[in-house]
Structures are given as structure tokens and as C-alpha cells.
Design a protein. Sequence first.
Length: 76
Amino acid sequence: MKWQDHIISDKDILLGKPIIKGTRVSVELVLDLFESGWTENQILEAYPFLSSDSLKAVFAYLKNCLQQELYLPISA
């Protein structure tokens, strides 16, 4: 799966934050939901226009960002 098929950034939608294509659901929101303890099934129930692949693409996108060193350094 290519995350680029699911994740886009459009300066006219949510100020250019990465979003799931065809929605106004940001990568950040999906991560917030998982961080809050939501399961994949709960997210898909609450946002039925999303797919399991689009949720997986969020993590593929983040992995790619880390591989390209697009992150903030963390102090020890």
C-alpha cells in the first residue's frame, strides 16, 4: 500500500495539515483518537467514510516522515 494514495496535504483544507484524502480528517486527529484509547473499529464506526487502509496509511506516512528525519529531536 502506498500512503500517498490515502494521505494528502491541501493548503485550503485545515491549513495544509496532512489529511485523509477526500475528508477533513487529519492525521493528527487519527493519532489523537488512538492515543485516547480508541480502537480501529471505534474510529471506523464514528467515521464510516474511512477505511482500514486509510488508517494504516496514517502510520505508513509517519514511518516515511521518520525515515526522512522529519521530526523534532527529543532531549534525554
